[in-house]
Design a protein around this ligand. Structure first.
Ligand code: SF4
Length: 581
């Protein structure tokens, strides 16, 4: 059943609590969003003492299910002002599950301003320790210091200097299997919430812990096998398949071809330099430069898809892990930069300072439009990220995200919803994803309801991306996603389970095996829908209305080349998505 660890940063206390009955069948996003709803006053300041930051591994995390090493981080977002769940891979999620922790809830703030602590948890208990020696340092310096002190096999979740400086684009970092500070619960500024709590890092050492309890091993194993077979069979997820070979950046050429790759701050859907930053080029460079370069890398233990990579410098030494689609798009095409050595360096800097790469790239695009640099100027992009890391006045503006930067410089073309920067799919020519961006409680987020699957990739059927009547489609994807985010599986299993029915059954049976429930695949939408209803109820109490479920106005009148289309989904269609909740 596990425990909840409550950490009070005002009193500097830690306490293990029994899991209330209403939380027992929840995990990941379902749990972080329910705890946020239950315990956080919706109108509180996200960086004040009354917000809480909750960490929760998924329902099946740590039990040996394929591609299930994810953790959800939740709270009230300083970027959107609404509820936020952001999730990450890395090694810490599995360790937290093995320590028997259903959730860690961090509340309060230290009385002494600017003081930082570490939370160390092992099988003997939890304690808060001073973190003075690690605060103020880049994460590529701080992580090795922490491994030196606590051993090389611990899991570490930390905020970087951007989080310490309370910047709204700060994420929560998790080490990958080779201990790089490279995996992120990036979205929504939860790294700043961590910084506001004076919590520099959580160190998880699961050595000597009992295995994750499984209520019905037979049911779990049967489900695990079904899901595994689906992942090994589907063309996108199988070994040697699209994700394994080219990574998520395989989407660069696909979206560019569709005219839906946002370019130079969402002023075009096609980028002339797309092929230079594509997954195919990443794969080629990794082979040509050799050294540590590799595709097919896994970000967390037990992933069978392995979509990650290690990108080499010209001499074969490591530049960065990972050059993935959203990052090479945001810091590449969206800034007019067509050079993977620049995107690699920019991603490394985001990892070092503790930034969400999507928000960083969308903000740099807005800054370039404001004239702070020319589109395509990689060197100036590096300088701007440095301003954030150094915490200069300009850095604080940029570090507050795209919406604040646009407001500061009077930029009308501000690609955000609910204050969060848009990811790498143009809503004007892929209407379903625009409906998701507008209506998800999270702010613009492709992972909240990935209609790209049928609209562009032909997964789970084929839909015309230009058709606007997709409220039902977006709702279905949003509900299913909320469930998957609760299981602890990586969202990329969706490609296989949407096309192969036994894969979907397997995911549900794994959950039944762990929890002793009797869910069927029909429960996926029901449970996911309940989570979203909870999230919307929080946002409503925080002051959100249907006027917040909209796409930025410029997308309704500014035609996007090359298709010269606007976002023409009606408000009535948008309001249909969550009707009844
Ligand atoms: S599919 Fe990719 S992102 Fe998902 S868990 Fe595996 S390596 Fe990580």
């Amino acid at each position: 059943m596990g425990k909840i660890l409550r950490v009070n940063m005002t009193k500097l206390t830690t306490k293990f609590e029994d899991v209330p009955a209403k939380y027992r069948q929840l995990g990941g996003r379902g749990l972080t969003s329910t705890i946020t709803f239950d315990e956080v006053p919706p109108t509180c300041h996200p960086l004040g003492p009354n917000n809480k930051l909750t960490f929760a591994p998924g329902i099946v995390t740590g039990a040996g299910a394929p591609s299930s090493g994810r953790i959800s981080v939740g709270g009230k977002s300083p970027l959107t002002g609404g509820i936020k769940e952001s999730n990450s891979g890395g090694v810490a999620p599995e360790k937290m599950a093995k320590l028997g922790l259903k959730a860690i809830i961090v509340e309060g703030q230290p009385k002494e301003k600017g003081k930082f602590y570490l939370l160390k948890v092992d099988k003997t208990g939890a304690e808060l320790l001073p973190a003075d020696e690690f605060a103020g340092k880049g994460l590529y310096e701080a992580y090795p210091m922490m491994f030196q002190k606590f051993g090389g096999s611990v899991g570490i979740m930390a905020c970087g200097v951007a989080g310490e400086k309370l910047m709204s684009m700060a994420g929560v970092c998790v080490n990958d299997p080779e201990n790089r500070p490279s995996r992120y619960a990036g979205r929504g500024g939860l790294g700043a919430v961590m910084g506001s709590k004076g919590l520099k890092a959580i160190i998880l050492d699961e050595k000597g812990s009992a295995p994750v309890p499984i209520a019905n091993k037979e049911v779990f194993s049967a489900g695990r096998k079904k899901l595994l077979n689906a992942l090994l069979e589907h063309a996108i997820t199988k070994p040697g398949g699209t994700l394994n070979t080219y990574g998520t950046a395989a989407l660069i050429n696909v979206l560019n071809e569709a005219g839906a790759l946002p370019t130079r701050n969402f002023s075009s859907g096609r980028f002339e330099g797309a092929s230079k930053i594509s997954g195919e080029t990443i794969n080629k460079v990794c082979k040509e430069r050799g050294g540590v370069g590799a595709t097919g890398h896994n970000c967390s233990p037990g992933c069978v898809i392995k979509c990650s990579n290690v990108y080499p410098k010209k001499d074969g030494s490591e530049l960065v892990s990972v050059q993935e689609y959203e990052s090479v798009w945001s810091l590449g095409a969206n800034c007019g930069i067509d050079d993977l050595d620049f995107t690699g360096q920019l991603i490394w800097m985001c990892n070092d300072y503790g930034l969400d790469t999507i928000e960083a790239g969308v903000t740099l695009g807005v800054a370039m439009e404001a004239g702070l640099a020319k589109f395509g100027d990689g060197k100036k992009a590096i300088k701007m990220l440095d301003e954030i890391g150094q915490g200069t006045p300009l850095g604080h503006i940029l570090g507050s995200g795209a919406a604040v930067t646009a407001a500061t410089y009077g930029i009308v073309r501000c690609p955000t919803t609910k204050g969060q920067g848009m990811p790498a799919y143009e809503p004007r020519c892929i209407k379903g994803i625009g409906i998701t961006y507008a209506t998800t409680p999270m702010g613009a987020d492709h992972t909240a309801g990935y209609t790209i699957a049928p609209e562009i990739l032909g997964v789970s059927g084929k839909l015309d991306p230009f058709k606007t009547n997709k409220a039902k489609v977006s709702r279905g994807f949003q509900d299913a996603t909320a469930f998957i985010d609760s299981t602890g599986h990586c969202l990329f299993i969706s490609f296989a389970i949407l096309d192969i029915a036994s894969g979907m059954e397997g995911m549900v049976e794994e959950c039944n095996g762990i929890l002793g429930t009797k869910w069927t695949t029909d429960d996926v939408a029901r449970i996911g829908g309940e989570i979203i209803a909870t999230e919307r109820a929080f946002n409503k109490a925080a002051g959100f209305t249907k006027a917040d479920d909209r796409i930025p106005e410029f997308m309704k009148y500014e035609k996007l080349p090359p298709h010269n289309v606007v976002f023409d989904v009606t408000d009535a269609e948008l309001d249909k998505v969550h009707r009844g909740r």
